[in-house]
Design a protein around this ligand. Sequence first.
Ligand code: ARG
Ligand code: ZN
Length: 856
Amino acid sequence: TTIYLQDYKPFGWIIDDVHLTFRLHPTATRVISRIRFRPDYDVTDRPFFLHGEDLKHISAKVDGHDIELRHVDGGIEADVPHAPFNWEAEVEINPEANTALEGLYRSNSMYCTQCEAEGFRKITWYPDRPDVMAQFTVRIESTAEHTPVMLSNGNGLFYQQDQTQPGAPNVSIYQDPWPKPAYLFALVAGDLVAHEDRFATMSGKDVSLAIWVRPGDEHKCAFGMEALKKSMKWDEDVYGREYDLDEFNIVAVDDFNMGAMENKGLNIFNSSCVLASPETSTDGNFERIEAIIAHEYFHNWTGNRITCRDWFQLCLKEGLTVYRDQQFTADMRSAPVARISNVLALRARQFPEDQGPLSHPVRPESFQEINNFYTATVYEKGAEVIGMLKTLVGDANYSKALDLYFERHDGDAATIEDWLQVFEDATGRDLGQFKRWYSQSGTPKVTVSEAWSEDGTLTLTFRQETAPTPGQEQKEPQVIPVNVGLLNPNGDEVMETRTLELTEAEQSFSFSGHSARPVPSILRGFSAPVILEQNMDNARRAFLLAHDTDPFNRWEAGRMLSRDALMSAIIDGAAINSDYLDGLKAVLRDDTLDPAYRALMLGQPTQSELAGLLHQAGHTPDPSRIHTASEAMRDAKATALADLLPTLYHDNQVSGTFSPEAEPAGKRALANAALALISRGDGGTLAAEQYDQADNMTQQLAALSCLLDAGTGAQQLAAFENQWSQDRLVMDKWFSLQIIHANPEDVVETTRRLTHHMDFDWKNPNRFRAVMGALQMHHAGFHHEGGDAYELLADWLIRLDPVNPQTTARMCTAFQTWRRYDAPRQEMISAQLDRIAAQEGLSGDASEMISRIRGA
Ligand code: ARG
Ligand code: ZN
């Protein structure tokens, strides 16, 4: 069934408070709910419907009397008084059997919950919708040897542990004073240990902080804790937002469908997104962990205190919270490096989504399964929309609008209309047209042309156009902020960045008073999530690569050079041109540039990005040619930079105690990028040395990657397995790495072999993704002729679906780009999509994804 935004109806009942009692048992947990309901007299139609799924009903009472329930699709109905009443129900659930990891489940003998978006209905009868907010009190009962630690949302009120006799019950009670929707409910119980700390808020309140982990993981908590404290401070300093409970708990769990979850006062994390140590985590892991901890913490205000009216408004909390975590990372680390990384991720994940069959607006208007809409579009494009809004209104107005948002909507379940209204009221600006960013899907293409007149005027003419997307044939012009600066022919900036506002299909802007024709630098900082088409020759690009004062566009100039060189190599078999290599050399030599930034400069477009660009340009991408050209580009760099690489490698070695901070991490990134190129020529000698000496995962993994690429890493690969066989998170890397670095023709065989490994625990989402995610990310391997990879992935999706529909549905996106490829590949993929769709009992999650991808 499809649900539509336009069909929204309020619930009809108000909940004053909720009391839950859990009697934990691995296969038969009892949940007793006591809920105080009263009619919402503003709502005329008040059917009494409560969600519920997979619940074994025990009893239900209204004001102490048994009541008859009518079991209907997705829940129950009952005839209740149209007056305030007390509801009391008891149900039984089976956490052990819950492999979908939604609702209350048991993972490694630890109980935990995931309720967003619609998991609470698997715990008890309840109006499981975000606009129903209530205060929760939770009592958890269990046996002490079973679950010595029992946590829920809010503040711990009471804890009793009877150690005098085995089997005596353990009780803990939590109370959350802040009204919240059911999706923010959480419960954790198990044998856990805490890494504790404290934080004094800006008004002087003392908050106890804890990261709860399984015994043995205590040494991996310190970094996460520092990140949490930095996040708390940053939200006070930058947004004026203070924490609002006496305690803040984070729990790490091994089996988790997503990255993490912002449950009020009790954030639950995929262990891969919180546990870190220098020996086991790469710099990239540290950076990601810091960002995710910040993200979940920032949700406390943007998500929890102000939540969403319905799931169509998901971007209200996610777009804004991603935007906030990106700001945080920019402040903690290097802002240009952070911006480039965000754009790389946007182009890698959001652009293909927005330009294929799964394209949907930042605020979708219909869905079958909301879990399928936790997408790059809602999250990352949603964040870009906030960034554009800030660019358009300016920093001061943005702050004013945000203050008003928190003041006006604290405690609300709000909408995108509410959000935009706040900006209109704070700034007086009409955002009617801007709102199209929320309703119109697809990536706008902006084409720019230049005219120079001898009176000293440069005119830029912009045309915007968005291709039709599923369900949206006609597109209207959007408000596109284009940041532009001008450089004179000597490379000096003659006009600082200013924002041009495109609002029409075609529009011109003139800049006069120039004695010589200036060079424009357009879309600085990637000020809008668009495809910019600019007719620019290599000389101009090389000029911008050498001189642009905007670090993003300077990087982008190099990117365009390498991109075009790759495209000509793929299409015409052309050799890699020297403009790019010369420009790159100059940038790499410039010691005033941040090593992390130079490391990004050494990167090149991914093979799947190139496939997308070829498709856009009207060519059918040939995965094997793309692979060959990408390797040729690496060889060309290795040759052209041969003199420079050893210096880059040696000058950027970091000695002393490992620190995951941006500066040493940037040096390691540059040194390891140099190592990757050096290894193409030395057969892996230097990499083997680094492998032997490495005392941290960044160095160890980078060296092993180079060895695998050089085809000489067998011994180290075995040693690595031996060293880390007890560490699940490191073993995930071991699994992925072998696939990522396999030759295209060996990818399927390598993957198949790994699925027979005794540690291929495919029901663990991290392990499944480590293997199947790597398979789909190896462009040339996944699309290798013959289609074996398509079949292998489909086999595993079919196997996983009955166990874990959410993770299955998510991985179906591997096929979203299928229409880019040649007819034989399209036929092979289409056959696999049909085969998946034909499975009896296929989940709603997977079937929605398959039918959207097929375009049915
Ligand atoms: N709200 C979480 C976050 O952004 C993501 C939860 C997604 N859960 C899901 N079942 N789709 O941090
Ligand atoms: Zn989020």
